[in-house]
Write a protein that binds this ligand. Structure first.
Ligand code: ADE
Length: 325
């Protein structure tokens, strides 16, 4: 187990500082190595706080999880899923990176990339809707990140504008992998789309799991509601909902309560507001398809006319994001 105790003097490593001088840095970090600052967000099991590494001055977001609460609510598995998933997904600019984990008697700590511009949802609410250029750019960064996650054998299962964060340069950082599904390495690349993986979260053997998952009713895929299974294509359903929301200012399926929202999803009951661009409409209609295997694949989405002019891959992350207006 690579959790380690607070402040443990585990070892020192020689590194070169900015001017090339050798410095000693502790290899493992603990609570005392960080200056904690403002609260960035609060969930039911965790609080995310801004923190600064006292040694380097680098800023992070630290997710603090209350151990007693997690054990009491039987969420230990989700905490481990989140950690294992994040450890599998380093090396991509679109995923919040996990740098260190440590614990003390009371809490577990995840030291993550700080996304200083907060949630995409917050930005959208301020602007009400995005224009074509911004929707295309943010859509492209989200899709490039989903593509990476899927090739690494990870299904996110809870994609929504709250889980898409923005860094200091306004590039995307996807977060919240507590409900992700890790495919075994052999399954990671075999089935490109549409092949179902059992979603233990909704298997009925654990009511709490189901409840916790249904927290985000608006983006839940029909297959999860119908068959309690999620697959890679379930993330693409959520992606279709996000593209719709950026243009329309609201998600496609929304009703007075969760039950009514689910009914709308299952009967594909949604419409486009006037002024919704035709090419975007075509893309969304090919993603919001009840049968997961009939949704556009990631390759087809990338080649859709909506994303014409986008250069995929690392280029996307080097460019200056379009000005939001
Ligand atoms: N809120 C939740 N996670 C965050 C992060 N990594 N950066 C900024 N705000 C956050």
């Amino acid at each position: 187990d690579d959790w380690h105790e607070r402040g443990a003097a585990v070892g020192l490593r020689q590194e070169l500082d900015a001017s090339g001088r050798p410095v000693l840095r502790s290899v493992k970090k603990g609570f005392r190595d960080f200056q904690f600052g403002r609260t960035l967000g609060e969930g039911s099991y965790s609080t995310v706080m801004a923190a600064t590494d006292r040694e380097t001055g680098k800023e992070f977001a630290i997710k603090v999880l209350d151990k007693r609460h997690i054990i009491k609510e039987k969420k230990v598995k989700y905490v481990n899923v989140e950690k294992d998933t994040l450890n599998r997904l380093t090396e991509h600019p679109g995923v919040v990176r996990l740098y260190y984990t440590f614990q003390d008697e009371r809490s577990l700590y995840f030291v993550l990339d700080l996304a200083s511009n907060g949630e995409l949802l917050g930005v959208l609410k301020r602007l009400t809707t995005f224009d074509y250029e911004c929707t295309r750019f943010y859509g492209a960064e989200i899709l490039d990140t989903i593509d990476f996650m899927h090739t690494q054998g990870v299904i996110h299962r809870d994609l929504k504008p709250e889980n898409v964060l923005l860094d200091e340069h306004m590039h995307v950082k996807i977060t919240d992998f507590g409900t992700a599904k890790l495919l075994s390495p052999s399954k990671s690349n075999q089935h490109p789309d549409g092949i179902s993986e059992a979603a233990e979260l909704l298997d009925g053997s654990d009511k709490n799991k189901a409840n916790s998952f249904v927290g985000t009713a608006e983006y839940v895929s029909p297959e999860l509601l119908r068959d309690k299974t999620a697959c890679k294509a379930s993330d693409l359903w959520a992606f279709g909902c996000i593209i719709y929301q950026l243009f329309a200012g609201r998600p496609p399926f929304k009703a007075g309560n969760e039950y009514l929202t689910f009914q709308k999803i299952l009967s594909l009951e949604y419409g486009f507001p006037t002024g919704f661009p035709e090419v975007a409409k075509d893309l969304v209609e090919r993603l919001l398809v009840l049968e997961p295997s009939s949704r556009l694949s990631i390759e087809h989405i990338k080649n859709h006319q909506f994303f014409e002019s986008v250069t995929w891959g690392r280029e996307l992350w080097k460019q200056r994001p379009p000005k939001l207006q």
